[in-house]
Design a protein around this ligand. Sequence first.
Ligand SMILES: Nc1ncnc2c1ncn2[C@@H]1O[C@H](COP(=O)(O)OP(=O)(O)OP(=O)(O)O)[C@@H](O)[C@H]1O
Length: 300
Amino acid sequence: MSIIEVSGLGKRYGDHVALRDVSFSVEEGEIFGILGPNGAGKTTAVECVEGLRRPDSGTIRVLGLDPAKDDRELREVVGVQLQQSQLPELIKVWEALDLYSSFYRDPRDWRELLEQWGLADKRNARFSALSGGQKQRLFIALALVGNPKVAFLDELTTGLDPQARRATWNLISEMRATGVTVVLVSHFMDEVEWLCDRVAIFDKGRVVALDTPAGLVESTFAERRLRFRPVAGFDESALAPLPGVREVVRAGSQVVVTGTGRFADEVTALLAREHVLVADLRLDQPTLDEAYVTLTGGNQ
Ligand SMILES: Nc1ncnc2c1ncn2[C@@H]1O[C@H](COP(=O)(O)OP(=O)(O)OP(=O)(O)O)[C@@H](O)[C@H]1O
């Protein structure tokens, strides 16, 4: 079931078109990534869905609610990660959770969240005394205190060390396991690849691709290359008729086969059948990083 449906969204700031005809849907229980270069329109789109900005055109439904009209009901079902500047420096961890839980009709017990997010021993610490990772965990706990169906997380792990990032990723995965749908705005390819079920790539106000991380890589790089060095004499022209093989080139002692689909399986099966010994067999493995750069023209 779609929990968020966005269709034909448009938004201008004066002459600047920030969103043009943006459509996507988010399924219940998934972690949905929004990725794109600076200024691509990610925050604008997410803030329209959260009801914080009004789009000029298009329709948005979040659990059947229209963010422009059903503002109060919407606030009961979505959780939004705060930005650093939105908490007073001197507030204590428990006070922040207690305060935010008072905003909701059916809040979660914030003591549970303290435990779950590893903040129990920081209960009486002031916000300003927390480490970057602890602040981030507090922001996520605050996004969850209203017992939301959908949580919006933005720049989740910016500024965290590698261990704290991993720990945060594990907690987000656990969050999905409890049935919360997550929309994650990120600049980090490894984060998106690790966490997200599907990803929308934004560029210049449009959604330029939407798929699973693996699907994005596959559709961007339909052709792949298999390389190897035959140990003894081998006539590589035998590979050309195999299904999926587009091109076979000999480069010195190396044979490079370009193809699509399961061509690599076909090539290795033929080599095995013909008892051809090879060295340095390697299938080029494109990454989401490369797909992203290709799709957005490298505008980081
Ligand atoms: N309130 C505003 N008034 C005028 N222009 C704005 C406003 N908010 C955003 N913009 C412009 O709209 C475009 C999209 O901005 P947005 O913040 O949605 O992008 P983003 O993809 O979230 O970028 P970033 O990754 O840098 O956060 C940018 O060119 C930005 O300068």
